[in-house]
Design a protein around this ligand. Structure first.
Ligand code: C2E
Ligand code: CA
Ligand code: CA
Ligand code: CA
Length: 281
């Protein structure tokens, strides 16, 4: 309605843009149904380093879609489509099975003790089949439960904290560890988080991006780390892009770092072909 009142030219522009977006959304929805079967989904891995040893201790698996017409499509775009269309459970299962298998194979081959971090969407958390899926992915791949960490966003947990707590307890009983992802973007309190069976807190990238320019952010990140440690959680800082941010996170006492400064998400064999440690400097 508002676009119309602005005159014909603008109206036509919005119309074309909107129609393009709706068309793309419909295309993706349609094509995503076949993406798993046609082998278009693959997992990229990004290292997580321990600041005490400067070594890579984990890799986060991040889904990628190689679309035959539209090219690479970001999970930020297709995961929401998968959630709307109920494809998330089959895509999530595929992701977990492939990633646990790949990690188990490479751990054996290279004699390394790398953990796998895998993301769960809010819809997967609601799926009663989730614990069974995790259990069978571990059994079939041979990956030990202690080598798997499941990441759940703060937002997903806060949609229904009591229900989330029950699912997390069940997952924990399988022997896997649990991380709260994108911390700081939702509205949870440490008092709520303290009651959940969590091992790790991942500070959202938005707090790290301007860390070097903002005293305020330094104070906020310091207090998140202090509070997380007080309730027994390890802290990962996401989105570390510079040596300066890394040095500040060391000073603050953050446990782990992840970000482009270490590596972009890449195929697992590429990641394992370079040294599993922080770049010098
Ligand atoms: P996330 O779990 O917060 O993953 C981190 C995202 O930040 C990744 O984006 C990663 O490529 C990006 N990133 C890492 N380091 C840096 C950095 O230094 N700078 C910048 N600018 N970005 C960095 P990606 O791979 O596009 O994934 C986006 C989101 O899609 C993920 O956010 C996650 O919520 C979701 N996602 C990815 N894979 C899966 C999956 O298998 N299942 C589910 N449910 N969600 C997934
Ligand atoms: Ca994550
Ligand atoms: Ca995150
Ligand atoms: Ca995120």
């Amino acid at each position: 309605y508002r676009a119309k009142t602005r005159g014909g030219g603008r109206h036509a522009f919005f119309d074309v843009e909107l129609r393009k977006r709706v068309q793309r959304h419909m295309d993706l929805e349609q094509d995503l149904r076949h993406a798993v079967g046609r082998g278009q989904l693959w997992v990229a891995y990004q290292p997580v380093a321990d600041l005490r040893t400067d070594r890579t201790v984990a890799v986060e698996g991040l889904l990628r879609w190689r679309h035959p017409v539209h090219g690479p499509i970001s999970p930020a775009e297709f995961i929401p489509v998968a959630e709307e269309t109920n494809l998330i459970n089959s895509i999530g299962a595929h992701m977990l099975r492939s990633a646990t298998h790949q990690l188990a194979v490479e751990r054996e081959r290279h004699h390394i003790d790398l953990m796998l971090n895998a993301n769960l969407s809010p819809r997967q958390l609601d799926d009663p089949g989730l614990p069974g899926l995790v259990e069978s992915a571990l059994a079939d791949s041979g990956l030990p439960a202690r080598a798997l960490c499941l990441e759940i966003t703060e937002e997903a947990i806060m949609q229904d904290p009591a229900a989330a707590a029950r699912v997390l307890e069940t997952l924990r009983e399988l022997g896997v560890s649990l991380a709260i992802d994108d911390f700081g973007t939702g509205y949870s309190s440490l008092a709520q988080i303290r009651r959940l069976p969590l091992d790790t807190l991942k500070i959202d990238r938005s707090f790290i991006t301007d860390l070097s320019e903002s005293n305020e952010l330094r104070v906020i990140v310091t207090s998140i780390v202090t509070m997380a440690h007080a309730i027994g959680l390890d802290v990962v800082a996401e989105g570390v892009e510079t040596a300066h941010q890394l040095a500040q996170l060391r000073t603050i006492g953050c446990d782990h770092v992840q970000g482009y400064y270490l590596s972009r998400p890449v195929p697992l064999d590429e990641l394992l072909s370079s040294p599993l440690r922080l770049p010098a400097g």
